[in-house]
Design a protein around this ligand. Structure first.
Ligand code: UT7
Length: 326
């Protein structure tokens, strides 16, 4: 028994924000952003919400799989930028698409969120608790970054990607996943400040000037990614018994082209096996892997039987790699 990806979908806001547009209000340049990150533009939500993007991606994934919303057993939504703290995004999606029979809840594992959702769905399906799941990564990160902070805001964009998975003979083969909470403050965002008659936290946050925006130690996250991701990939390859030469595609979290190139070098693999779309979308956190997966799927670039490694890393710090037969 395994869990197979039967259909994919994605949704991206229509508003494009180019590096040149950022030059208009930030002390930055297209040349700096392209050279340090590989990002050329990102999309920003205007009328779209995390829920509307996620629901659209989910409906497309269901359509691609030839399934109806009422057939969905489980919805797992990965996000760090939901519209509401509660109800969760997955419940909002359930209502929006009419998946009335599905259990629904969220996973917060930041940029590794979609991967963790896939691994969780696989565990449920393998143990026989559910027969299928709709997994989605959706973000409106443009609302949580500080548009005056050139070291973070240039990196992120909005979007959603989804996959419908179900029990099958082959699909997910094995995975590794983990977390290092001790390094959590390398990438964080405090929840909105609470001013109660009792809280001393709000005052303390005021003193330390915590912004309520996403905060990041970019170099620390960079170092974490280029060591932890190759390690996770090596481990999952050992567990599956696959040779690197057998892997057809490495679909990685799209944070920075330099990170992906460095991972390819460390693995001794060809860069052409590492597709990228971050030039167009920037870093969409939990949405980046499923959006790329959907683009490759719809372009006919994934063939049944091909061997794929998915790998994500991000705030937490969380990381993982999953081996999948397409
Ligand atoms: O999903 C996971 C999320 N996070 C990541 O993946 C982030 C991983 N880290 C990175 O991608 C990189 O660390 C960054 C792209 C964020 C930064 O690149 P870097 O090569 O590590 O640059 P840096 O932080 O060392 O900064 C170099 C210089 C600094 O100026 P000085 O001190 O040398 O004068 C920065 O102030 O570049 C400056 N700088 C910028 N200049 C123009 C920082 N941001 C910008 C900018 N435009 N947007």
């Amino acid at each position: 028994m395994a869990t197979r990806i039967m259909g994919t979908g994605s949704a991206i806001p229509s508003r494009i924000v180019t590096n040149q547009e950022l030059e208009g209000f930030l002390d930055t340049s297209d040349a700096w952003i392209q050279e340090r990150t590989g990002i050329g533009s990102r999309h920003a939500a205007t009328t779209e919400t995390t829920t509307s993007l996620a629901a659209k991606a989910c409906l497309k994934a269901l359509e691609d799989a030839g399934k109806q919303p009422e057939e969905v057993d489980l919805i797992l939504a990965a996000t760090v930028s939901p519209d509401c703290t509660f109800p969760c995004l997955a419940c909002e999606i359930q209502a929006a698409i009419g998946a009335d029979h599905a259990t629904a809840y969220d996973i917060n594992a930041a940029c590794a969120g979609f991967l963790f959702a896939l691994n969780s769905a696989d565990a449920y399906i393998r143990c026989g608790m559910y027969r299928n799941a709709l997994i989605v990564g959706a973000e409106v990160l443009t609302k949580i970054v500080d548009w005056n902070d050139r070291s973070t805001c240039i990196l992120f964009g909005d979007g959603a990607g989804a996959a419908f998975v179900q029990e099958a003979e082959e699909g997910v083969v094995d995975m590794v996943q983990g977390a290092n909470g001790k390094k959590g403050m390398a990438l964080y965002r405090f929840e909105a400040r609470t001013n109660t008659p009792f809280s001393e936290v709000a005052a303390a946050m005021e003193e330390t000037k915590d912004s309520g925006y996403l905060e990041m130690n970019g170099q620390e996250v960079f170092r974490f990614a280029v060591s932890q991701v190759p390690d996770s990939i090596q481990k999952v390859l050992e567990r599956t018994g696959w040779e690197k030469s057998e892997v057809d595609h490495y679909i990685l979290h799209q944070a920075n082209a330099r990170i992906i190139q460095s991972i390819a070098r460390r693995l001794g693999e060809l860069e052409e096996k590492f597709p990228m779309n971050l030039h167009q979308y920037g870093n969409m956190s939990s949405a980046s892997i499923p959006v790329l997966l959907d683009e490759l799927n719809r372009a006919g670039k994934l063939k049944r039987g091909e061997k794929i490694i998915l790998s994500g890393f991000g705030a937490g710090l969380t990381y993982g790699a999953t081996a999948v037969i397409w």
